[in-house]
Design a protein around this ligand. Structure first.
Ligand SMILES: Cc1ncc(COP(=O)(O)O)c(C=O)c1O
Length: 421
């Protein structure tokens, strides 16, 4: 009997070879991220040596648990070094590891809530732009913090005047994105941080997406607006190693300007018959594989490797942007800073192209562009530099088909999803 598609708990076991054959066969129809036509969920580094290293290291540390870091000395050293690397890259005073962007954001919101509580705030509030990642809404929902979301300007950036007007003595955290997911634009961080500092509250920069790319983008000589701890008033930053840090899933870093603020996310408990439970993040058991993978990826690539990969991402970005501009009738939203952006119909066009139809044709040709509310989302990895010409040619055809009267299925479809039985 097939292991796949069973509803009840499997009565009998399935042999390893059978099971692997089944899964391999099933997976052969899944989205092929190595082909360069997938975006955002997998960062295609297109580096076989790095992939070999990651597979090996994941296997070696598959079963280790960093719940008690002192039991696995190698993991402990790797985590400590990894955090030191992150502190050095971002000029942070303290750093901790988490399982992903959402957990890092939870920790930043928790820290802010605790800091506000120490100032007597009992009904804390978080102020951010509407482009902030849904993880902030989720964190506020879980942690009992009120969320104030503000409109953005025509370029998709937070508006300092609106933020200043919204901040009150209840504000626990002012949030900016570097960059935001939907448009890839960087909020005016110096202004937001100054507003937070003036109000005596914390300012978090969500660089989950761009954190490990922007420092190298800057070294390439590209324009990067100020966003990190060099900006006075920025108190914490989230940056995911499993995004442009190029490790496999399961690691993010949460960085603080100073160690005292970071201590607010520490949880200690000894009121039970077991030993002292101390933890810097939400998870209890922490899988060793992602920690080892993140460490090995950074050591293998080094700044030199990250710079080389940033160069490939930049080349892909230039190519995709040129293809969008040349297709006609399309416009990139706002002024994206790096390799993440949205494109949609040019509103100045007398007869705007149906972007849903463009998306349908692109889907038929095997591209998997996410459909946002106002257009299609592009997030480029190093491996996308191989598909620039194919993208340009398919996009030109897609626009031509949309222009010839085809109507599309629409935009604004799923970003995240729920799996039920
Ligand atoms: C800007 C930004 N923040 C936070 C997150 C959440 O990260 P994760 O999905 O790893 O929890 C994402 C994910 O894409 C993101 O783009």
């Amino acid at each position: 009997m097939s292991a796949a598609g069973q509803a009840g708990f499997p009565e009998q076991g399935t042999g390893v070879d059978d099971l692997l054959a089944q899964v391999r066969a099933e997976r052969s129809g899944d989205l092929d991220w190595r082909g360069g036509r997938a975006f955002s969920l997998v960062y295609n580094v297109d580096d076989p040596e790095l992939e070999r290293l990651q597979h090996e290291i994941a296997g070696i540390f598959l079963h280790e648990n960093a719940l008690n870091p002192f039991r696995y000395a190698t993991l402990l050293r790797m985590e400590a070094e990894l955090l030191a690397f992150a502190r050095d890259l971002f000029g942070a005073g303290a750093a901790a590891l988490s399982s992903g962007g959402t957990e890092s954001i939870f920790l930043a919101v928790l820290t802010a809530r605790e800091e506000a509580a120490s100032r007597g705030v009992v009904d804390p509030e978080l102020v951010c732009a509407a482009t902030a990642h849904p993880a902030f809404a989720k964190a506020c929902h879980y942690l009992g913090v009120e969320l104030t979301r503000l409109p953005v300007d025509a370029g998709g950036r937070a508006v300092p005047e609106l933020v200043a007007a919204a901040v009150s003595d209840r504000t626990a955290l002012v949030v900016g994105s570097a960059p935001c997911y939907p448009f890839g634009v960087v909020d005016p961080i110096p202004e937001l941080a100054a507003i937070a500092a003036e109000a005596g509250t914390l300012c978090h920069v969500d660089a989950c997406l761009g954190g490990y790319l922007l420092p190298f983008w800057e070294r390439l000589g590209r324009d990067v607006p100020p966003w990190d701890f060099r900006v006075e008033g920025v108190t914490s930053i989230s940056a995911d190693v499993h995004k442009y840090g190029y490790s496999y899933k399961g690691t993010s870093t949460i960085l603080y300007r100073d160690r005292d603020t970071q201590q607010r996310q520490l949880f200690m408990y000894d009121d039970w018959p077991g030993g002292l439970y101390a933890s810097m993040s939400a998870a209890g058991t922490r899988p060793g594989g992602p920690i080892a993978g993140a460490w090995a990826t950074m050591v293998h690539l080094g700044a030199e490797g990250y710079l080389r990969l940033a160069g490939r991402v930049a080349q892909a970005t230039d190519g995709f942007r040129a293809a969008i501009e040349q297709a006609g009738g399309l416009r990139i939203t706002g002024e994206p800073v790096c390799s993440v952006f949205e494109f949609g119909a040019d509103p100045a066009d007398d007869d705007p192209v149906d972007v849903g139809a463009v998306a349908d044709v692109m889907d038929e040709r095997g591209w998997n562009l996410d459909r946002q509310q106002g257009g299609l989302h592009v997030m480029l990895s190093p491996g996308h530099d191989r598909v620039v010409d194919a993208f340009a040619s398919d996009l030109a055809d897609a626009v031509a088909e949309a222009r010839s009267g085809r109507t599309g299925a629409g935009v604004g479809l799923a970003y995240g999803g729920v799996v039920e039985e």
